[in-house]
Design a protein around this ligand. Structure first.
Ligand code: NDP
Length: 410
């Protein structure tokens, strides 16, 4: 146990927000009186004192010793945001634990040349993640390849439920959490898309375009942003012809990326077209010398939104690059989200609507969405977690006791 009582989330969250405000008002009033009597605190000092007092009242540091598997900082997600938060946590000796999830490294693992990471003229996305992993490992961060299923915020330390195969590892307790689960590629939602998923339809040219069985195929890319251009360029190195299907009369991608793509002879563009259906059927596929019937997409049905005409466009591969959806399903009942499902942050911080839980990267940012901004937000979230821990009374004595108890229980 760790909150004063074993409250339910329904009571706890509003209490933290509403009750916290009430406490703050009381403390602010007290401070105000002190000042009138010549207490001499300036406004920032008063805010800090008020904030410290309220957090210590709400979060009972002594209670953390009652639980097994307690970590001062748990990070969910292993892209640039999560890894950077871990580096900042490790600097403060918080021995962070990262849950890397089903797709360790996040979207950068699917990116080829990254040309906007400061200090590197050009670096492959996968290599960048590899270097960050090495750095994280060197500073003693622990990681697990499990996914987080849910977080129980009715008590503090917060209970994190994972999909671990090991029963004893399924629940860990966290004093602070950084959510850095990023965003996943959106789908079109048209007939045939699911049927031919993996049989031509994919979101990752870098993963699929260069497969030997795909080299002689023609491809379409749907989208008009940077991702679409990237997918087209990656695919053009392997496919005979690549056509980018754009629903507007112009691209949204950065001018420099457009220029690069337009120089590649086997990339062309079709504007004002929308994919209405993915077409295909059974084909005989040669697998290790044996002819096996398998599903294969053969084209797309297009609608021209300027002329109203429909047409069939033959293609054996379709790369989707139409944007992303934040991976917030597992926190949707505990954190405040915006209308698009991104985690809402308190102004000027990485703090979410629940104290001690922070967010960083594309899971809470649909404006910048760059590897470097995600890393920056990760650093900020790590620092915010450190500040929170200091405010609730976490110090080196507490840390050592926690470690000792953890070792004894193993
Ligand atoms: P964007 O949101 O920028 O672009 C999505 C594109 O898909 C738009 O052209 C949009 O059209 C189109 N689209 C959306 N829904 C549909 C639909 N149902 N049918 C057809 N087209 C559709 O997403 P990106 O993934 O391209 O980029 C996300 C962020 O990541 C950006 O900030 C980008 O700069 C960044 N990025 C950077 C890279 C780099 O620097 N190397 C590489 C890749 C991404 P419309 O324009 O009509 O809305």
């Amino acid at each position: 146990m760790c909150m004063r009582n074993n409250w339910s989330a329904k009571v706890f969250i509003p209490w933290v927000m509403g009750g916290g405000l009430f406490l703050l008002s009381l403390i602010a009033l007290r401070m105000g009186c002190k000042n009138m009597q010549g207490g001499g605190m300036n406004a920032p000092e008063r805010d800090m004192a008020a904030s410290n007092a309220s957090l210590e009242n709400i979060f009972n540091i002594e209670s953390i010793f009652d639980k097994p598997n307690v970590y001062p900082l748990v990070i969910v997600g292993s892209g640039p945001a999560g890894l950077t938060a871990a580096i900042y946590g490790a600097r403060e000796k918080l021995q962070p634990l990262i849950f890397r999830g089903g797709e360790p490294g996040g979207l950068l693992m699917k990116t080829t040349d990254v040309t906007n990471w400061p200090g590197e003229k050009v670096i492959i996305g996968r290599d960048l993640i590899e270097r960050l992993n090495e750095q994280v490992e060197a500073v003693g961060v622990e990681w697990r390849d499990d996914s987080v299923v849910s977080i129980d915020v009715s008590e503090w330390p917060y209970a994190i439920q994972t999909d671990s195969d090991e029963e004893g590892q399924r629940v860990v307790y966290a004093l602070t959490i950084v959510i850095a689960t990023g965003a996943s590629s959106l789908k079109l939602g048209v007939p045939g898309e699911d049927k031919y998923w993996g049989s031509g339809v994919t979101t990752c040219a870098i993963c699929d375009a260069s497969l030997k069985s795909n080299l002689s195929k023609t491809a379409v890319v749907v989208g008009g942003g940077d991702s679409a251009i990237e997918e087209a360029m990656q695919s053009a190195a392997h496919q005979k012809q690549v056509t980018v299907l754009v629903r507007k009369d112009r691209l949204r991608a950065a001018a420099s990326m457009q220029q690069q793509a337009k120089k590649i002879s086997n990339i062309d563009f079709k504007f004002n077209v929308e994919v209405k259906e993915v077409l295909g059927g059974m084909v005989q596929r040669d697998i290790d010398g044996t002819s096996i019937p398998s599903l294969q997409m053969t084209g797309v049905r297009l609608y021209n939104n300027k002329t109203g005409e429909e047409s069939i466009f033959p293609a054996q591969m379709l790369f989707l690059a139409i944007g992303h959806i934040p991976n917030t399903e597992f926190v949707k009942d505990i954190l405040e989200l915006d209308s698009a499902g991104y985690i809402k942050l308190q102004p000027g911080s990485q703090e979410t609507s629940v104290k001690g839980i922070f967010a960083a990267g594309e899971v809470s940012d649909h404006r910048y969405r760059q590897a470097i901004t995600s890393a920056g937000y990760g650093a900020a979230a790590g620092l915010d977690a450190v500040a929170f821990l200091q405010k609730v009374g976490f110090n080196s004595d507490v840390s050592q006791k926690l470690e000792r108890l953890k070792k004894e229980s193993r």
